[in-house]
Design a protein around this ligand. Sequence first.
Ligand code: PLP
Length: 390
Amino acid sequence: MKLAESMSRLGTETAFEVLVRAKGLEAQGRSIIHLEIGEPDFDTPKHITEAAKSALDEGWTHYGPTQGHPELREAIAEYVSSTRGIDVNPAHVCVVPGGKPIIFFPMMALLNPGDEVIYPNPSFPIYESMINYLGATPVPMPLVESRGFSFDLDLFESKLTSKTKMVILNSPANPTGGVMPEEDIAAIAGLLQHRDVVVLSDEIYSRMSYGKKPVSISTFPGMREKTIILDGFSKTYAMTGWRMGYGVLPEFLVAAVNKLMVNSNSCTASFTQRAGIAALRGPQDQAEAMIAEFRRRRDSFVAELNTIPGFRCPMPEGAFYAFPNIEGTGWKSKALADALLDEAGVACLSGTAFGAFGEGYIRFSYANSDENLRDATGRLRRFFATKHAQ
Ligand SMILES: Cc1ncc(COP(=O)(O)O)c(C=O)c1O
């Protein structure tokens, strides 16, 4: 039996593959430091887990509305309104199992073969995977290290054509940690304002910024009606395993996304949605303390990385990733990431796991303890003291 032809175009997320390989090495007795997977190393705040437990006891164990429970959609609308400074209608909020479905469903709903999608490269690999899967045309925007991993705006303008159907933005960004300057977002909004395009604004790291505040493109004139805001609970509230995210959608997309949801998941788990209300409306001190801790670790980890010969690591302004340029080591990205896992016991990701323009970089997640981060840089130093580029 042959798989559908379209499956050959579907990509993957290398972080999960490297995690399995790293666990395999650990099972053989090797010591591995896990800097590969993108998730907070903190527990979900207690008041959120307590809300889920109470919800189970109260019987929130049944199917719920496909679009999400109304009270959670209201809480999300309030939250997004206040954090972005826009006025969100709960009727435009769709609750889904994780942030990822807000990539999957709107793309399924919008893209025909031949439609062009402009997306950052390197970036979260699911964008490119879905563009290819749907037979649309990927139009990568190389990120510019010297511009804080933002776009070259002239190049961006030159890539807009009559076939451009979607533009993807992700700020703060995975894997670079870059935050796009407000002027760049304003310029992009100006170019898109009168075009018939949809923007997928992946704002899953919106609370995790350490310098300039990220600005949502939805705040610019004419952009609300064409912007999908993707956000969720995974990163901000350390809830990656709960699988809960949401989209704030242009009105014309809501019914289509609900239709895809009813065909696939029926609804997001009911008791987790009760916990989501507790997350958004409850105390924010633990989320804020976690973010402050990421900032502290970022400062020391990046300073250490910059002492490794051949590494040049710009200070990331958001998320919890460091994305050093490793060209000075003489290694190719994939070969280095593999060797660091196999020989130094440091699991990280090749920049090319995020697209072709990630060559010359590797990604470390610094969502790990001080002790492990220090151990990792020690291992890197010892590795480069004895190994030469291959
Ligand atoms: C940029 C970006 N978007 C979306 C997601 C998906 O988040 P979730 O785990 O909630 O599906 C991730 C997760 O790593 C991400 O880095």
